[in-house]
Ligand binder design. Structure first.
Ligand SMILES: [Fe+2]
Length: 235
């Protein structure tokens, strides 16, 4: 569990969608940056390409991003991982053809005061489901898949696998209609006790900001591929 839960809770608030924050030209610059960055992970099974946003690749975008986010959430620090050369990673570009499963991005250091995370869509089709439920441990993938739960040998920056969430919230079945509409890629049993807060429909130029303690996942509605940029902040 996080050591500073009280401080973390005081910083919490509802998810926020900011529209018309970036113009077409700025979105193009983010996409160009994405193209130019080296590929980190290409998981053929999940059909996802991940690229780290490395510091000093494009300082103009770093400044633009920092200014826009500060304007929405006030003072913050980036909660950066380091790459092999000890360079800062500002965020993660993810290109996916399949929906990403239920998880929380609460970080890898229980002493930090985790704050908000941001999502900037770089393609127009996609959506992200934010649940009302929160979790105060480290970054975790929530699953009931036995083969996933067996994975204990985690590398730096990899999420824990757990089914702990099923013991944490009110024991009730997940809403069948919402499951059918948004979350067909998840087993409904894995969603027991969860409640949707917001379904963020991706829109170019907009940004989603939400607390790092919130459980979330992609919705099952994907047409072709989607590319998004996620970053993590702390106080
Ligand atoms: Fe996430």
């Amino acid at each position: 569990m996080h050591k500073n839960i009280d401080k973390i809770k005081k910083l919490e608030g509802p998810p926020k969608i900011i529209r018309n924050l970036f113009d077409n030209n700025e979105i193009k610059k983010f996409l160009n940056l994405y193209k130019n960055l080296p590929t980190t992970v290409h998981n053929k099974k999940q059909n996802v390409i991940k690229k780290r946003w490395l510091k000093n690749y494009n300082e103009e975008l770093e400044n633009l991003f920092y200014k826009k986010v500060k304007n929405e959430i006030g003072d913050f620090k980036m909660d950066n991982l380091k790459d092999e050369k000890n360079d800062d990673i500002l965020g993660l570009f993810q290109e996916s053809y399949n929906p990403i499963g239920l998880h929380v991005d609460a970080g890898f250091d229980l002493n930090e005061i985790i704050f908000k995370q941001t999502l900037i869509p770089l393609t127009s089709k996609g959506s992200t489901v934010i649940f009302k439920n929160r979790f105060y441990g480290n970054s975790t993938n929530f699953t009931i898949d036995e083969s996933e739960l067996k994975i204990k040998d985690l590398k730096y920056g990899q999420n824990i696998r757990s089914s702990e969430h099923l013991k944490m919230y009110e024991k009730k079945d997940f809403n069948k209609k919402e499951h059918e509409k948004y979350l067909k890629h998840e087993k409904i049993e894995n969603l027991a006790g969860l409640e949707i807060d917001v379904v963020y429909e991706w829109e170019l130029g907009s940004m989603l900001i939400f607390d790092r303690t919130r459980l979330h996942c992609s919705s099952s509605l994907i047409e072709g591929k989607k590319i998004g940029l996620t970053t993590f902040t702390k106080k």
